[in-house]
Design a protein around this ligand. Structure first.
Ligand code: ZN
Length: 68
């Protein structure tokens, strides 16, 4: 059986990052200790506190959408 080996996997080309589920903007996260555990919150500049999604697609120019 022959096969074509892949030297670059799709995961290497498009790393997944935490983005806003509404506008795909990269998120700011805040970590703080509370009651013995580490809590992490994610904040989108446009949509406020959101639940992040992992995505290989992000919109780093989200702040220009209101201008253009
Ligand atoms: Zn957003």
């Amino acid at each position: 059986m022959s096969y074509i080996p892949m030297s670059i996997t799709p995961a290497d080309l498009a790393p997944a990052v935490d983005v806003c589920p509404h506008c795909k903007a990269p998120l700011h996260h805040h970590r703080f200790p509370a009651a013995g555990v580490i809590l992490v919150t994610y904040h989108c500049p446009r949509h406020g506190d959101v639940v992040p999604m992992r995505s290989a697609i992000s919109n780093p120019f989200y702040h220009l959408e209101s201008i253009l």
